[in-house]
Design a protein around this ligand. Structure first.
Ligand code: CO8
Length: 260
């Protein structure tokens, strides 16, 4: 598949998706969202891909938000549909069944911050900046920000960020738990690739069901989440990888997982 606004590379079981509209700081227009939707579907069905890295083209931005020129033209009906479509695509990323690492190389504002939050983990360059500035445009986050930000950083901090529209730097994003780690900008992709390689070498079925247990379980009560966990545990107990992983421990050797 060819893409207009993103670059998709595959290296050793890891896909690198680069959002590519650098002239407008990789702002998300409908065409880019459509590309992202197709890329996610392509990666979902590609069994060779075990982990994904999502990043932005250029040195300045991960994604500076939804394309404000497109937003400005929206009618109420189109606005609701646009938000729902973005939410659907970001859900596909969250529930890809493979880990997605956001390598945040610059501004992650509005829809960009929301996109990073839909990823499994976030590594930030020390030059990255985060925020939900929608309030300054007279709107609210529409791609899941009001829901994912409080889940990640707590209600009070999410309220403050969304209601003030403030931009925070990478160190502050790390301090409040919005990102997993901060690294020098020059080392960002090396760090992201190293983490992706570690994840790609894990038992794929265990990885997939762990993602499901955490992502789905968080929306359930503790009791229901634990039922889900136990059921998924029963599932992995049927895999060759479980036999291999436990046997390798006993035999003091490195496990080789096959995904069966
Ligand atoms: N949309 C469209 N164009 C953009 C965007 C954007 N979000 N961000 C930057 N650009 C463009 C600029 O217009 C400029 O283009 P041009 O060269 O043609 O003038 C180019 O990118 C470079 O930007 P700047 O010159 O502004 O660069 P600066 O370094 O001076 O500033 C900033 C960088 C601070 C990131 C600044 O560009 C900025 O504030 N951008 C907007 C950030 C923002 O408000 N983002 C939130 C958008 S709203 C949103 O994301 C809602 C998501 C949910 C939608 C739900 C569907 C309805």
């Amino acid at each position: 598949m060819t893409y207009e606004h993103l670059i998709l590379e595959r290296v050793d079981g890891v896909a690198i998706v680069t959002l590519n509209r650098p002239a407008v700081l990789n702002a998300l227009n409908l065409a880019l969202l459509r590309d992202l939707d197709h890329a996610v579907a392509e990666l979902r069905s590609d069994d060779r891909i075990r982990a994904v890295i999502l990043t932005g083209a250029g040195e300045k931005a991960f994604v500076a938000g939804a394309d404000i020129k497109e937003l400005a033209e929206l009618t109420p009906v189109a606005g609701k549909a646009y938000a729902a479509e973005g939410q659907r695509i970001f859900d596909q990323i969250e529930h890809l069944g493979k880990p997605v690492i956001a390598a945040v190389n610059g501004y992650a504002l509005g829809g960009g911050c929301e996109l990073a939050m839909a990823c499994t983990m976030r590594i930030a360059a020390d030059t990255a900046k985060f925020g939900q500035p929608e309030i300054k445009l007279g709107i609210l986050p529409g791609f899941g920000g009001t829901q994912r930000l409080p889940r990640l950083v707590g209600k009070g901090r999410a309220m403050e960020l969304i209601l003030t529209g403030a931009t925070i730097d990478a160190a502050e994003a790390y301090r409040i738990g919005l990102v997993n780690r901060v690294v020098p900008a020059a080392a960002l992709m090396t760090e992201a690739r190293a983490l992706a390689a570690t994840l790609a070498a894990s038992a794929p079925v265990a990885l997939k069901v762990t993602l499901e247990a955490i992502n789905r379980g968080l929306d359930e009560s503790l009791a229901d989440g634990c039922v889900l966990e136990a059921t998924l545990f029963g599932l992995v107990a049927s895999t060759d990888d479980m036999r291999e992983g436990t046997r390798a421990f006993v035999e003091k050797r490195k496990a080789t997982f096959t995904g069966r």
